[in-house]
Ligand binder design. Structure first.
Ligand SMILES: [Zn+2]
Length: 292
């Protein structure tokens, strides 16, 4: 099995990292793609990869990207509402510099994408929302160009209404020339656009939302995705699987790469498929997209 999208450099995983990796490997875990989301957590992602790849060659791949919500974190979340473009461009420039130094050590670009859902806040003016959408698009376009130039796959976070998914698809079409590949991670968007995502050559990443009572949309989506386009992920430490969520004895609820096991089992049940067959196929997809 593989985990194509997680944040094991985040707490509480980082403090328990040896146990987290051990449990995954002991359960036939083969690959983990760690996502860097901002300029702060990249170094931790690299240090985990370096440490554990010495023990288990090619266990951990590293992705670095600028998360679309990062631009709010460095501005409005700190009370800054002026010069948003300048501040954001500086962050993008910094990312590009970091990327240039590290591009030979990474397996993918991510986590990047568009998040219009997170812009739906009462205190945001319409003008502010439009500015952030524009900034998110500038940043995504920049990372799509890097992906194409360096032939790197992408882990995309695309969260919002139809217009958000359509904007992402349009940018991929404009910048990719049909050459870009990767994952629409944790896709919970419009089911009618799943076909468009598959048409541009991307896979879809499924996590523990599929195990939730509220996850019917994802159970419907996976039925529309051919087995050669399915990837599994946890988004750990977020989104603990249903078995952890409903367990009253577990006080601190979080997910970890091992939880892919439950996600595969639920997905296999939904699809009426043998879980081993599904796991093997999904692993092949991971190898093709992120390791070749
Ligand atoms: Zn994530």
């Amino acid at each position: 099995m593989h985990d194509s999208h997680c944040h094991i450099q985040d707490e509480p995983l980082m403090s328990n990292i040896a146990d987290v990796i051990d449990l995954f490997v002991k359960n036939n875990g083969k690959h983990i793609l760690v996502q860097g989301t901002d300029l702060v957590d990249f170094a931790d992602a690299f240090s985990i990869a370096e440490r554990f790849n010495k023990l288990y060659p090619r266990l951990i791949q590293t992705a670095i990207g600028l998360h679309p919500s990062y631009f709010q974190e460095i501005t409005v979340d700190k009370g800054i509402t002026d010069n948003l473009y300048e501040i954001s461009q500086k962050a993008i420039d910094k990312y590009n510099k970091y990327f240039a130094d590290k591009c030979n050590d990474i397996s993918a670009i991510g986590e990047t994408g568009l998040d219009y859902y997170g812009l739906d806040r009462e205190e945001y003016t319409e003008e502010l929302v439009e500015q952030f959408k524009e900034i998110q698009k500038i940043s995504l376009r920049n990372q799509l160009r890097l992906a194409k130039r360096h032939m790197l796959p992408l882990s995309l976070h695309v969260r919002g209404d139809k217009s958000c998914v359509k904007d992402a698809l349009r940018l991929i079409a404009e910048e990719g020339d049909g050459l870009l590949r990767g994952s629409f991670h944790s896709y919970t968007g419009d089911i009618g656009l799943v076909e468009d995502i598959l048409d541009i050559g991307f896979c879809i990443g499924f996590n523990a939302i599929i195990t939730y009572k509220s996850g019917q949309i994802v159970r419907d989506i996976i039925k529309k995705v051919p087995v050669d386009r399915i990837l599994f992920e946890t988004d750990a430490p977020f989104l603990p699987p249903q078995s952890v969520r409903k367990n009253k004895h577990i006080k601190e609820k979080f997910s970890q790469p091992y939880d892919v096991k439950e996600i595969i089992q639920t997905s296999a049940d939904v699809l009426g498929m043998n879980p081993v067959y599904l796991e093997d196929n999904a692993d092949d997809n991971y190898n093709r997209v992120f390791l070749s």
